[in-house]
Ligand binder design. Structure first.
Ligand code: AMP
Ligand code: FE
Ligand code: FE
Ligand code: ZN
Length: 293
């Protein structure tokens, strides 16, 4: 049996592995396909593609976008996106600025709570354009202001804790459209985490392509529930570990194993979408009316 892990983060967002380290773990674990889904970034995809090719692993370029629908936060995984797509890159650059400003705001709140942390310490530690709360947590631990990442989240960074700052998010419809116009498939990430079941039907109408049924934080019962929903709405099924590095001493990559048949279904939809876009492009470039042939 061949397996894939389609939800992975590197140090181009809040993961701790480099693309090369991640590909190496994938190879060691015998995974047949990997997708990189850094938050608001596609920057690691080129290096990951090279590393996967060298390791004989199929690579799917991706990203994870944070969006909202009717006040519900929802994360979208964009798979098979063109990582050079200009509009996607322009929007991602905006999301990254939002993230950087949010770090400054969270640090200001921590300072008000007499936690002497500097935003530059967080940026230096993050060393990427897409910093997030895990970097603030790591900086708090590094400065010995918190004993653990868990403590940092629990005391300060979790939703509604004193240094938590809500993130400005794009609408779900915009996120889906952005992924589609970049040639990608839009998949709802970890629906069990965001309790997003009621928004699945309208998002299907908006062009949602799939849902992440298998995820580290989905129980078997939840995975089964989303497999049924996928079946009902004719959605593609994906899965991944959401690896951000080591978890309890072990790399999380590969702990969720997606059977390869699901990857093949994703690939065939991505290909048919791209070939249809290609046909539309050819027709647009060839103004001769076809009826004259
Ligand atoms: P952000 O995108 O800045 O809001 O940060 C969200 C990220 O923080 C998630 O992708 C996780 O990697 C991480 N995260 C969220 N909640 C926790 C938590 N309670 N403990 C540790 N990491 C968390
Ligand atoms: Fe994350
Ligand atoms: Fe997520
Ligand atoms: Zn993720």
């Amino acid at each position: 049996m061949k397996f894939a892990d389609l939800h992975l983060h590197t140090n181009f967002s809040d993961g701790t592995f480099s693309p090369e380290e991640l590909a190496e773990h994938g190879q060691r674990l015998g995974l047949a396909a990997l997708a990189l889904t850094d938050h608001d970034s596609v920057e690691g995809c080129a290096r990951m593609a090279t590393a996967c090719a060298a390791a004989g692993i199929v690579f799917i370029p991706g990203t994870e976008l944070t969006a909202e629908y009717a006040d519900t936060e929802v994360h979208f995984l964009g798979y098979f996106i063109d990582t050079g797509n200009e509009r996607l890159l322009a929007e991602i650059a905006k999301f990254q600025v939002v993230r950087q400003n949010r770090i400054r705001e969270m640090v200001a709140r921590l300072n008000e709570l007499n936690m002497p942390l500097e935003a530059d310490a967080v940026f230096a530690l993050a060393n990427c354009k897409s910093p997030g709360r895990p970097h603030v947590a790591r900086a708090l631990v590094k400065a010995k202001l918190c004993g653990s990442l868990d403590e940092a989240f629990r005391r300060f960074l979790k939703k509604n804790r004193p240094a938590w700052v809500p993130k400005a998010k794009v609408s779900a419809l915009e996120a889906i459209e952005l992924i589609h116009q970049a040639g990608g498939l839009a998949v709802m990430a970890h629906p069990g985490l965001n309790r997003t079941d009621n928004i699945i039907p309208p998002l299907v109408d908006a062009g949602l392509d799939g849902i992440e049924c298998f995820h580290t934080k989905h129980s078997t019962a939840l995975a089964e529930r989303y497999l049924e929903i996928a079946d009902k709405f004719n959605l593609l099924v994906t899965g991944g570990s959401d690896c951000h590095g080591f978890s309890k001493g072990k790399p999380l990559i590969g702990t969720v194993k997606l059977p390869y048949e699901y990857v093949e279904r994703l690939m065939s939809k991505a290909e048919s979408r791209k070939s249809r876009a290609g046909t539309a492009m050819t027709l647009a470039l060839d103004p001769r009316p076809s009826t004259l042939d």
